[in-house]
Design a protein around this ligand. Sequence first.
Ligand code: DC
Length: 210
Amino acid sequence: MIVAIDGPAGAGKSTVARALAERLGFRYLDTGAMYRALTWLAMQRGLDLGDEAALAELADAEPVVFDEDDRVWIAGTDVTSSIRETRIDRMVPVVARHPAVREVMRARQRQLGREGDVVIEGRDIGTVVAPDAAVKVYLVADREERARRRIAERPGIGADALATDLRLRDESDAARTRPAPDAIEIDTTHLRVEDVVERIEALVRERTAV
Ligand code: DC
């Protein structure tokens, strides 16, 4: 079974998807980490981030690997921490917008999604990667709340810079971030993580009962 969790940056996807996977005993797949790892490697190798063909080739040649501890690897390097740096936050939408890159990533995501029960987190999971997912959830939250959450994750960056980054990312990710028509939308602004997880868990249990 696939549970798709989509939504914009800071809506709570990672925290919720991770906790949900743990509760259900499902695997967890963070597709944003795949675009982040590719961006890290492309920058490391000095590639032109506008070169769609070169980036797609790199994505194909150097698949992102998640180990059993959910650490993220690319080209033999553990990039779990480096992909959360602000420089990656800023450049990843530039890489993620190339259709050829997305094709490679989506094929790999579908392959990983076929290996049993999994919670997949991203932007286009319910719409494109797994349109037949058993449960689709679209998380949203007020921009102020999303900025607050990001500040907690990125203590090194000032509030103003962070708000600007978030706005720019929202704009560049907007074309790829939309709910599937059959997704359940949950506004997490005033909810605790446990409440969101419980709500989605109930949807999954309903599905498995059918
Ligand atoms: O969720 P995140 O911040 O880790 O995502 C990183 C970037 O990757 C973000 O700019 C959106 C993009 N992304 C995407 O285009 N499609 C996905 N399925 C997941 C992430």
